[in-house]
Design a protein around this ligand. Structure first.
Ligand SMILES: Cc1cc2nc3c(=O)[nH]c(=O)nc-3n(C[C@H](O)[C@H](O)[C@H](O)COP(=O)(O)OP(=O)(O)OC[C@H]3O[C@@H](n4cnc5c(N)ncnc54)[C@H](O)[C@@H]3O)c2cc1C
Length: 421
């Protein structure tokens, strides 16, 4: 008899991790296929660091997927997913290696949606002409070249457009106005240091803005207040409640709130929207993110899972929450195929905000907080140890091909909070 076929859509943090966890827990009881349009994992969190160090992330942050997957006997298809039919349990895809490939269909018994979000720069008027970003290799290299070759030392504005979260998971996660504000905080602190190092001024040239009441509100009020006090003491400017970006011009950014900021360099995080092929499906919420319970399982279609940024319950959109969701999916699938007891498997997602962001000069900030999810933990640390941990994590991730040991974060927690905290 053939084994149940698990199809994982997406092969970055959420997809690769889910496939590996399913293999770890369900062992040889399933066949697994991963589909991604590109043949490598992009280590997104370290893009800002590479920009400010003038390193090309193509060389340092791409990890080939095939060698990681072959270790676990997982099939890889390099293709763009075009549609998902949850009734017939099929996915339509088009191979992406050469243009002109014909669409094909593949059947699944279980599907794990891990395609992340679409970062909608195309919704921001003036972005292509005057905006910069750091969320992928292309934009990181474009910003890197601009910074090192063209930037004249004028004012800098950094922040997010408004996030439009679906409303159907209100009872599971709070509503956020920005999708992920670790990166703007990281970029702001790094930019100030870079300006100083290059004799072009310092933090007082940089304005950080947020559509929300406060920046990085998911880190908890104590962390945010410490962060804002530290940034103000360094000289950074802060603009909140911008509501959304109206347009970017040669001279700055205009906001929906009516406020504006003058800037030569404009670095933005756009709205994080669901992929078009997910919109209107019976598994999706009112905007198109995939609905799940805290076992990452769709309530109507129990053979459909979602993890990472594509899941409606992943708010904020954080790689760490993708990682925690992968563990949940691995256990649930193992239970379904009889390789794990319900008692061992039924551990719901317990999201936390774990974020380490560079500040330049070999320093970083470290946030460990569950306040956004109703907990009491709120830790902020800044210094050389968090930076070392951030760099070491990437090395460990690449060396283990994504299978970082479970003690990795516990060691980081101990070093950052206890030993050197
Ligand atoms: C600058 C920056 C810094 C960040 N720093 C941190 C940090 O310090 N800590 C943290 O926890 N998080 C951080 N994040 C957030 C983190 O990067 C995301 O939460 C994480 O990448 C989500 O993983 P994912 O696999 O769900 O989605 P993604 O990483 O977006 O991966 C989605 C994958 O699906 C593939 N895909 C998409 N559509 C299709 C399709 N139709 N067909 C085939 N393949 C498809 C893509 O090619 C991609 O490989 C940062 C984000 C940014 C932008």
């Amino acid at each position: 008899m053939s084994k149940p076929h698990v199809l994982v859509l997406g092969g970055n943090f959420a997809g690769l991790g889910a496939a590996q966890k399913i293999r770890q827990y369900a062992q040889d009881a399933v066949d697994i296929t991963v589909i991604d349009r590109k043949p490598y994992l992009l280590f997104v969190p370290n893009l800002p660091e590479e920009v400010f160090e003038n390193h090309d992330p193509t060389l340092s942050l791409h990890m080939p997927l095939a060698p990681a997957l072959v270790e676990d006997n997982i099939t890889f298809i390099q293709a763009e997913v075009k549609s998902l039919d949850v009734e017939t349990q099929t996915v339509e895809y088009v191979p992406t290696e050469r243009p002109g490939a014909a669409p094909e269909r593949i059947h699944y018994d279980y599907v794990v949606v891990a395609v992340g979000a679409r970062l909608a720069y195309d919704k921001i008027e003036g972005f292509a002409e005057y905006g910069h970003a750091v969320s992928d290799t292309y934009y990181a290299n474009r910003l890197r070249r601009y910074l090192w070759n063209e930037y004249k030392g004028g004012p800098v504005a950094i922040g997010s457009a408004r996030f439009h979260q679906g409303t159907m998971t209100k009872d599971l996660v709070p509503m956020a106005e920005a999708a992920c504000e670790g990166p703007p905080v990281e970029l702001t602190l790094s930019m100030g240091t870079w300006l100083k190092q290059h004799g072009m001024g310092g933090p007082d040239k940089v304005t950080v803005f947020t559509p929300a009441e406060v920046i990085a509100e998911d880190a908890g009020p104590r962390v945010v207040s410490e962060l804002l006090n530290a940034a103000a003491a360094m000289g950074y400017h802060y603009l909140n409640k911008t509501h959304d970006i109206k347009r970017i011009t040669a001279d700055g950014i205009e906001f929906e709130s009516g406020a504006s900021v003058e800037a030569e360099l404009k670095i933005v995080l756009p709205d994080w929207v669901p992929h078009d092929f997910l919109k209107g499906l019976p598994i999706s919420d009112d905007v198109g993110f995939v609905l799940t319970d805290l076992y990452m399982r769709n309530p109507k279609y129990p053979n459909v899972f979602a993890v990472g940024d594509a899941a409606a319950v992943t708010v904020p959109k954080l790689g760490m929450i993708a990682h925690l969701g992968d563990e949940v999916v691995g256990r649930q699938l193992a239970k379904d195929v009889g390789r794990m007891s319900a008692e061992q498997a039924n551990l719901p997602l317990k999201p936390v905000i774990n974020c380490i962001g560079s500040m330049g000069d070999n320093q970083a900030f470290y946030i460990n907080s569950d306040a956004w999810f109703g907990g009491s933990k709120q830790v902020l640390k800044m210094g050389h140890i968090p930076f070392l941990l951030k760099m070491q994590y990437k090395e460990l991730f690449f060396r283990t091909k994504g299978k970082t040991p479970e003690w990795g974060w516990q060691v980081s927690e101990f070093l950052a909070e206890k030993l050197f905290g």
